[in-house]
Design a binder for this molecule. Sequence first.
Ligand SMILES: C[S@@+](CC[C@H](N)C(=O)[O-])C[C@H]1O[C@@H](n2cnc3c(N)ncnc32)[C@H](O)[C@@H]1O
Length: 230
Amino acid sequence: MSVETGRLPSEDVRRMFDRISPVYDLMNRVMTAGLDRRWRRATVAAVVRPGDRVLDACCGTGDLAVEASRAGARVVGLDFSGEMLARARRKSSAVEWVEGDVLELPFEDGAFDVATVGFGIRNVADLDAGLAELARVVRPGGRVGCLEITRPRGLLRPFFRLWFDRIVPLLGKVLPGGAAYTYLPASVRRFPGPEDLAAALERAGFGAVSWRLFGGGIVALHAGTREAGE
Ligand SMILES: C[S@@+](CC[C@H](N)C(=O)[O-])C[C@H]1O[C@@H](n2cnc3c(N)ncnc32)[C@H](O)[C@@H]1O
């Protein structure tokens, strides 16, 4: 496990996000030319209804959780990085912010109508175990929305490689926690593509899984419904 392979033990992931928390929001805006906000809104629109109990797992600095709260949901945002959560807390007092691990969620079975996770599941040390925990805490018939970076196949591929594999790591050289920006493209390289992520969601207990691509295919939004009896 190393920054170069894009796989890190949980403790290293947590420390890495603690370190980059001061520049995290700014880097998101810069790396996506501000489109990340639109993708988060689309995620909420796809799976969240007013009044839903929503768990936003890997909530980081809280943007997706806040978006779900604005849509009228009762939201819990969970993350294991205290520094990322400290920034989330400043953004909303309507969201309940919880420090915890996705691999061991401190919630009862079926406690939520919806689980969302934005740019987070790729960083969880055990993908299948993380998705299984999300499925456990969503009630049967409830929904999952998973927004994640993916590797484009078409015309954008060469531009994406230049930007993500060359320029982003260079930006990291001048920012705190710069190794994170070597880890980021490496983690995207080893992460399952949309078909395989859909299969992983199905293995975890979600059915009717579908996905949409955004940003010319650099980001995928997967949605699914929690099946009964698992
Ligand atoms: C790239 S950030 C995404 C933040 C936010 N969801 C967003 O849309 O910007 C990934 C977050 O996942 C969190 N994370 C990774 N593994 C985790 C785990 N096992 N349990 C809880 N949080 C985890 C990190 O601390 C980090 O804040």
